[in-house]
Design a protein around this ligand. Structure first.
Ligand SMILES: NC(=O)c1ccc[n+]([C@@H]2O[C@H](COP(=O)([O-])OP(=O)(O)OC[C@H]3O[C@@H](n4cnc5c(N)ncnc54)[C@H](O)[C@@H]3O)[C@@H](O)[C@H]2O)c1
Length: 319
């Protein structure tokens, strides 16, 4: 049994990871400042003697004894990371320094939840790990994109300079149950709007593409990355390479929810990438991994979750 720290453990991805680590027989310390995560996401785990929740902000140092660290703490949606951009950069950068410092002190292995945003608005499609990206350093998304890029730099410098065992995973658009209903991410947005019968908001003309990975596939890949040999650092892309236009996604959600909602179009937000699709050859080869849950099935499960959360007052459905 390993002692595993999950920062951001009360968030969408972190809470699912905590569950899977417990199922695999580990002792899990879930750390969160509850900015976008919630106690409700892990409430069902708190009776487990191998599970512990700790309120802590990773921009401050942490002293605990653990064998492995998954560093997921960071607001992930533009609405949340742009709410306090300076804090976002601090979380990405100071947070990485603090967690790497901890890994160094206790000789833990550490995995960074990086992002496809490190590729910016890419000129290479699909994105391969060797592509350095095209990122605006001074825009409204830069606190997140550049923060995550700097965190990757720190991971590789700690690896070169201090021989820390590091793993960097570049996560592409992931969706599933426990996504925040109001954080403006496209899958949750469309599902909530469709279930409420509200207009479905498409930014731009809907021809921009995205690829969507179901949460369980992502978590499985993260655990496989953690289990790789010490000489494997990544970065490794994790995502679902099937590409859909935003319009196709909206149509699927309308069909699966049987919703009367109409599509409306609004201008594209600043620096929104036109195309995003992972090349996952490295993940296939080193992890023997590929996504198993395709979009319709994943959407069905996610829609089921949002129908259930409709019981929560601030998310009451119309009609
Ligand atoms: N979901 C995706 O599609 C996606 C894509 C790329 C990368 N990621 C990365 O995966 C990680 C998890 O994302 P998510 O989708 O679960 O988002 P989320 O917002 O649900 O989870 C982030 C968690 O981190 C916590 N947190 C934020 N700042 C913190 C701080 N300073 N100290 C401690 N806790 C803090 C939040 O309260 C939340 O529980 C993030 O690092 C994100 O950048 C996610």
């Amino acid at each position: 049994m390993k002692k595993v720290l999950v920062t951001g453990g009360a968030g969408f991805l972190g809470s699912r990871l905590c569950e899977r680590l417990l199922e695999s027989g580990h002792d899990v310390l879930c750390l969160d400042n509850f900015f976008t995560g919630s106690k409700a996401n892990v409430a069902h785990l708190t009776g487990d003697p191998h599970f512990e929740v700790m309120r802590h902000d990773i921009t401050f140092p942490l002293y605990v004894e653990v064998d492995e660290i998954y560093n997921l703490a960071c607001p992930a949606s533009p609405i949340h990371y742009q709410f306090d951009p300076v804090q976002t950069t601090k979380t990405a950068v100071h947070g990485a320094i603090n967690m790497l410092g901890l890994a160094k002190r206790v000789k833990a292995k550490i995995l960074q939840a990086s992002t496809s945003e490190v590729y910016g608005d890419p000129l290479v499609h699909p994105q391969v790990e060797s592509y350095w990206g095209r990122v605006n350093p001074i825009g409204v998304r830069s606190c997140y994109d550049e923060g995550k890029r700097c965190a990757e730099t720190l991971f590789f410098d700690y690896w070169r300079q201090h021989n820390i065992r590091v793993k960097v995973v570049r996560i592409f658009n992931t969706y599933g149950p426990r996504m925040h209903p109001n954080d403006g991410r496209v899958v949750s947005n469309f599902i909530v709007q469709a279930l409420k019968g509200d207009d479905i908001t498409i930014y731009g003309d809907g021809r921009q593409t995205r690829s969507f990975c179901y949460v369980d596939d992502l978590v499985e890949a993260m655990m496989r990355v953690m289990a790789t040999a010490d000489d494997f650092t990544g970065p490794v892309n994790i995502g679902n390479p099937n590409e859909f236009t935003i319009m196709e996604l909206a149509e699927k959600v309308l069909k699966l929810t049987d919703s009367p909602s109409k599509l409306i179009f609004k201008p594209l937000p600043s620096d929104d990438p036109q195309q995003r699709r992972p090349d996952i050859a490295l993940a296939r080869e080193t992890l023997n991994w590929a996504p198993t849950i395709q979009l319709e099935e994943g959407l069905r499960r996610t829609i089921g979750y949002f129908r259930d959360t409709a019981r929560v007052p601030q998310f009451a459905l119309a009609g």
